[in-house]
Design a binder for this molecule. Structure first.
Ligand code: PLP
Length: 431
């Protein structure tokens, strides 16, 4: 399967197709390294520059329109400037931003999140999912008096705690052991060797950035039991997965982690993160207690994120809307995979509900070690084709549904995939 020629053609046409993005990217390199301040957004030849968004539509600076099938890497579940969220932000603005004090909003948002995820008996807000995970790991170490963390190959817990291609060079210097996802023997081996040192197991119920690889429910139950037996805390990173059901992935699985981290869409589309869990652990942050742990953050309770988050949870992402969004995602993934099977091409979308990722394989991989080594060309070609067809997704093949997408948009995505298969199916199948 040699896709190099069509990919080269797409890349060659890119600068002519997107001249204003090219110009702005070149100018950006004068102030930002590589013109970039968020690594995930970069791809060659250069990324598109977006000018505006409304609902599920995006417009780039060259005037091209896209249906947004990326939804801000899962944070954009409400789409762009949903009227209800927008109004909540305007109202918060009218009440004054940066009030330098407690407000009612933070309590209300905490209540709303707790109603969905009851394992968060107490919670605290941060500005990002990264910070939420850093705080959860820190409190787990203090609470247990242990130093080691058990995480997973392919796991991603933020810019400072990432293991997608092995531990990131900029990770915080925790002592971390990595086990294999969906391989309980590797978790047992870690516990056998380091049992009394492991403060916490940090795990995504579905590896998101690692390629939408869901954990087997039984595997997660076994991990939870091993952690319990060995006195380690179980931290569920639900920064991405909490949107998979009204009660998060933990609700679907019936697992009550000791600590959970969330973020993304729960701030209504604005900067957000939170960590929480067992009251006896989180109590360590109670400032009335002698020796309370500090947890700072100028913008932890910023009124815009709080207000947008409350509006989103109470008025837009109702339990019914959440279920419907994920059911639509299941249908889309099944329809895509059916087409790939019918064309007999090595392509498959893995994932759960409204989150999915493309792989150059016939069977969905179950862990980082099973990811196809030659994912790149298929993902590149699909990406270029879909972008040119007006469907915005991530270069790595990540596809995310948001609430404003309608049946027509889904049908359009499938039709564009049909064209892709007609055009390249033969070359793809030949491998
Ligand atoms: N944890 C998971 C599972 C994530 O997917 C992400 C972001 O993609 C993070 C943590 C980090 O969140 P943030 O980008 O808000 O720092």
């Amino acid at each position: 399967m040699d896709l190099s020629e069509p990919i080269a053609r797409h890349k060659h046409a890119w600068p002519q197709r997107y001249p204003e993005s090219a110009r702005l990217h070149a100018a950006a390199t004068q102030v930002l390294p590589g013109g970039n301040t968020r690594s995930v957004l970069f791809h060659d030849p250069f990324p598109l520059v977006m000018a505006s968004g409304k609902g599920c539509r995006l417009r780039d600076v060259d005037g091209n329109e896209y249906r947004d099938f990326l939804g801000e890497f899962t944070a954009g579940v409400y789409g762009h400037s949903h009227p209800v969220i927008r109004q909540a932000i305007v109202d918060a603005l009218d009440g004054g931003i940066n009030l330098t004090g407690h407000t009612r909003l933070e309590v209300e948002l905490a209540r709303q999140i707790q109603a969905r995820l009851p394992s968060l008996e107490r919670l605290r807000f941060t500005n990002s999912g990264t910070e939420a995970n850093l705080m959860a790991v820190a409190v787990a170490k203090v609470h247990t008096g242990r130093s080691r963390l058990l995480a997973f190959h392919g796991g991603y817990h933020g810019g400072l705690l990432g293991f997608v291609n092995g531990p990131s060079a900029v990770n915080v210097p925790h002592e971390v052991g990595l086990a294999h996802y969906n391989d309980i023997a590797s978790v047992e081996a870690e516990f056998a060797q380091y049992a009394s040192h492991i403060a916490a197991v940090l795990i995504e119920p579905m590896q998101g950035s690692g390629g939408c690889l869901p954990a087997d429910p039984e595997f997660l139950h076994q991990v939870a039991e091993l952690a319990r037996q060995h006195g380690a805390l179980l931290i569920f990173d639900e920064v991405m997965t909490s949107r998979l059901s009204p009660g998060g992935r933990q609700g679907q699985l019936g697992i009550r982690p000791d600590l959970t981290t969330v973020g993304k869409y729960l701030g209504g589309g604005l900067s957000f993160g939170a960590f929480g869990g067992r009251a006896d652990i989180m109590q360590r942050f109670d400032p009335r207690e002698p020796g309370a742990l500090p947890h700072a953050g100028t913008f932890n309770n910023n009124v815009l994120s709080m207000a947008a988050g409350i509006a989103g949870l109470t008025k837009v992402l109702t339990p019914e809307a959440c279920e419907a969004l994920n059911a639509r995602g299941d249908r889309l993934r099944e329809a895509l995979n059916l087409r790939f099977r019918e064309h007999d091409v090595p392509m498959v979308f893995s994932g759960l509900g409204s989150l999915m990722n493309l792989h150059a394989a016939r069977e969905a991989p179950r862990c980082a070690a099973e990811l196809p080594a030659d994912n790149g060309p298929v993902r590149d070609l699909f990406f270029f084709h879909m972008i040119e067809s007006g469907y915005y997704l991530a270069r790595r093949g990540f596809v995310v549904l948001s609430l404003p997408l309608e049946d027509d948009d889904i049908d359009g995505f499938l039709a564009a995939t049909d064209v892709f298969l007609e055009r390249y199916g033969k070359a793809l199948g030949a491998g």
